[in-house]
Unconditional design. Structure first.
Length: 391
């Protein structure tokens, strides 16, 4: 009987020891070991969302910082330009919707296979680690404080996506363990994703005249309501060029200009935005658009290989209402006519980087014009381009 009691006590002590050891070990487990399949991968985001004041996005060598200012969000890395709240909301909602699906590798040397590799390094904007130069993976950091040295509440690396079912590879930045989660989050590092990229989309026929690089086009409305354009005697450039140009508006070049310039304000978008710098506009790229309801001057400046534009806009007295045209606008890109006074106020002090396709239509038309002068006609499938005084 004594032996039996002793055995019970020994077993009890052993069980208690095992239980204690298990409890001690479980306390040391990392967060990922407690995740259950089908549960939110980042359960804390729901509570954090209202408290977020700063977001950092990194991909390759690029970094974007968004910061809350009162009720608005600003793109700090683009001089504090207003951010579309819908994009911030979409990012946070996307992260909160990720569901744990399957545990993947925990070997650091295999992170690259899932686009989750991250290598030590620095950039001019941050001392944080940066990903490999391929830019396949993206890092997202969410902060509830903007204090220097503040620790992010969420710090996650997002890798490659998979389909059927829609899934993505992810890992917490502080851990080597990788996961496949259901759902996916696109981290677009381009500034145009986070701001209102559409600047203008002027409807056909609204533009009645254009002055560009010494050429003036005048539009005439016909009985059918269509506007046709013709080139008049060359005008003086909008500004005196720094160096003389031997550029000549040949008949072929005028034809190209008539075909493209009056429509240049349709679908005018930006690639990036910054505070306006003091610079003399490039006369070969700047233009004035005379419209039914307003006048718009587009001032262009060169900065390296890029061209940035700013606006001077004013409404016309007694112009007809634009309500009928604007009532048809349903989606971004649909033609509309802005309130030119409000447009001027909104864009004052800012300048916008032209997308390559819009820039090309202003500065590389000489090749197209020359082709149209030659025996071989220009390829009609190639984009039409407008000449530059530098040609």
């Amino acid at each position: 009987m004594m032996k039996s009691k002793t055995l019970v006590i020994v077993l009890a002590v052993a069980a208690a020891s095992v239980g204690g050891a298990y409890f001690a070990l479980s306390k040391g487990r990392s967060e990922w070991e407690k995740v259950v399949r089908g549960e939110p991968f980042l359960p804390s985001i729901t509570d954090l969302a209202p408290k977020l004041v700063k977001i950092e996005l990194m991909r390759g060598k690029d970094r974007r910082e968004l910061r809350k200012d009162g009720d608005a969000w600003l793109l700090v890395t683009s001089d504090g330009y207003p951010v579309r709240f819908e994009e911030v909301k979409g990012l946070v909602a996307g992260l909160s919707s990720l569901k744990t699906d399957e545990r993947m590798t925990a070997k650091k040397e295999r992170h690259g296979e899932l686009a989750l590799a991250w290598t030590a390094g620095t950039t001019s904007e941050t001392t944080a680690e940066t990903p490999d130069e391929s830019g396949r993976g993206a890092r997202v950091r969410l902060f509830t404080s903007t204090d220097e040295g503040a620790t992010p509440e969420v710090d996650i690396v997002l890798g490659e996506e998979r389909a059927n079912p829609r899934a993505q590879f992810v890992r917490r930045f502080s851990e080597d363990q990788c996961w496949r989660v259901l759902g996916s989050v696109l981290v677009d590092i381009e500034p145009r994703r986070w701001v209102e990229a559409e600047l203008l989309s002027i409807p056909d026929g609204e533009v009645r005249g254009v002055t560009f690089n010494g050429l003036t086009l005048v539009g005439t409305e016909g009985a059918d309501g269509r506007v046709t354009y013709a080139a008049v005697e060359p005008a003086a450039p909008l500004a005196a060029p720094e160096t003389p140009s031997d550029f000549v508006w040949t008949d072929a070049r005028k034809e190209v200009a008539i075909r493209t310039l009056p429509n240049w304000l349709s679908r005018l978008e930006l690639d990036d935005v910054r505070r306006q710098k003091v610079a003399t506009p490039d006369p070969a790229l700047s233009a004035v658009f005379d419209m039914v309801r307003g006048t718009l001057k587009v001032n262009a400046v060169r900065d390296g290989d890029s061209v940035w534009i700013s606006f001077e806009a004013s409404p016309k007295e007694g112009a007809p209402s634009a309500d009928e045209i604007n009532a048809k606008k349903k989606y971004p890109g649909d033609p509309f006519i802005p309130d030119w006074k409000a447009f001027a106020a909104k864009h004052a002090g800012w300048e916008y980087k032209l997308p390559g396709w819009k820039l090309n239509s202003l500065e590389e038309a000489a090749k197209v014009a020359d082709e149209s002068d030659s025996a071989e006609p220009a390829d009609p499938n190639q984009p039409t381009r407008i000449p530059s005084a530098r040609d």
